[in-house]
Design a protein around this ligand. Structure first.
Ligand SMILES: [Zn+2]
Length: 366
């Protein structure tokens, strides 16, 4: 069955997508490998998961626990190397990226002890200078204009800039301002920094953020930026957003639904059907901004999203929606209903031809 998306996400975050064997920043080209293979009884747990690049994956793939002699990597060595990387990332993830690039080439061939002493020899998590602290304080104030932020950050120097970024990301748990600042910085960040900043922010607002923070991530970052993040992380974030909308607190829904609609392009495919159902439900609600936003969004869905939604519109689901939502259901069914066959095809045809009352009478739940 492989690792759950939850385990994968934890590994990707803890490793900052750096290969724990060669210390390459892998971006999307990273894999989560079983240290002890499933076939050999290895569990799908975080403890048995190893973040590695494609090259190193091929190398460790040769490991066979039944014939440990002459193999390249032993289980305890792999675990030590991984935990070393995690420690390095925890000490300041963005800075870690800068540091690991200074690790000498050939790290992959070294023993765990040698890698350990390499890491110890690196400069410790540098303290920022006074200027950088002051700069951070200023940009966190809502009254400070955020012009030319990227070039200002560069003037501070690489290590100080990394510290500022890291501090901003950490504060995304607490308020909206750091999210706004990060969004403004995005265009001037390297791809690696961008990915890391986005994923750590997503994780923070999913685990600790208020609705305001989630709304800010959607509106400030937007779908195009969020698109690059790990799918399982996006899944957890949007699942959470859906739940808030489902509770239908007007204040929250009024802000969140338009923000969600604006970023719908980066929804993982596994959430498309739920998204369509959510919009249909919202389109018949009383929220003064949420309902119109949902109605508008329903006219702008991709073909794939609509079909995923239509397949999920069982009679039971439609009858639960009620009369207010029937217009939206009817319109979607008329749009792409031809693409649905079988028993569900019949239901969709009934949605396009029958009135709400006639549909309900035919399929009325017991
Ligand atoms: Zn590697």
């Amino acid at each position: 069955m492989g690792f759950t998306s939850d385990v994968r996400t934890k590994v990707l975050i803890r490793s900052a997508r750096i290969c724990c064997l060669c210390f390459k920043q892998c971006g999307t080209k990273i894999e989560v490998h079983h240290i002890v293979q499933e076939a050999d009884g290895g569990p799908n747990t975080e403890a048995n998961a190893l973040p590695v690049c494609f090259d190193c994956h091929a190398e460790v793939g040769n490991y066979n626990p039944r014939h440990p002699k002459g193999t390249k990597f032993r289980v305890d060595e792999l675990k030590t190397r991984r935990d070393n990387l995690y420690k390095l990332v925890e000490s300041g993830a963005l800075l870690a990226q800068v540091l690991v690039k200074q690790l000498p080439a050939g790290t992959a061939g070294k023993s765990a002890e040698a890698v350990n002493s390499d890491i110890k020899a690196l400069p410790s998590h540098a303290e920022p200078d006074e200027e950088s602290r002051e700069f951070l304080k200023r940009i966190l104030k809502s009254t400070t204009a955020l012009d030319a932020l990227g070039s200002k950050l560069k003037i501070l120097g690489q290590d100080n800039a990394a510290w500022v970024l890291d501090s901003l990301v950490n504060r995304t748990k607490e308020s909206v301002r750091p999210i706004e600042v990060l969004a403004r910085l995005m265009p001037s960040l390297s791809n690696d920094q961008k990915l890391l900043a986005i994923e750590r922010t997503l994780r923070n607002v999913t685990l600790f953020g208020e609705t305001e923070g989630k709304t800010a991530v959607l509106t400030e970052f937007g779908g195009e930026v969020l698109q690059v993040s790990d799918e399982s992380l996006r899944f957890a974030f949007f699942r959470d957003v859906f739940e808030i909308v489902e509770h239908d607190q007007f204040d929250e829904v009024n802000e969140l639904v338009p923000a969600l609609v604006g970023a719908q392009e980066c929804l993982p495919e596994a959430l498309w059907a739920d998204y369509v159902k959510l919009l249909i439900n919202q389109s018949g609600s009383q929220s003064f901004k949420g309902a119109p936003a949902a109605k508008r969004a329903l006219t702008k869905l991709s073909k794939g999203m609509v079909i995923a939604g239509l397949l999920a519109l069982t009679p039971e689901v439609v009858c639960r929606f009620g009369h207010n939502q029937f217009e939206s259901v009817h319109r979607l069914a008329a749009q792409y209903g031809d693409h649905v066959d079988g028993a569900q095809g019949t239901v969709i045809r009934d949605l396009t031809t029958k009135s709400w009352k006639a549909f309900y009478d035919k399929y009325e739940p017991d």
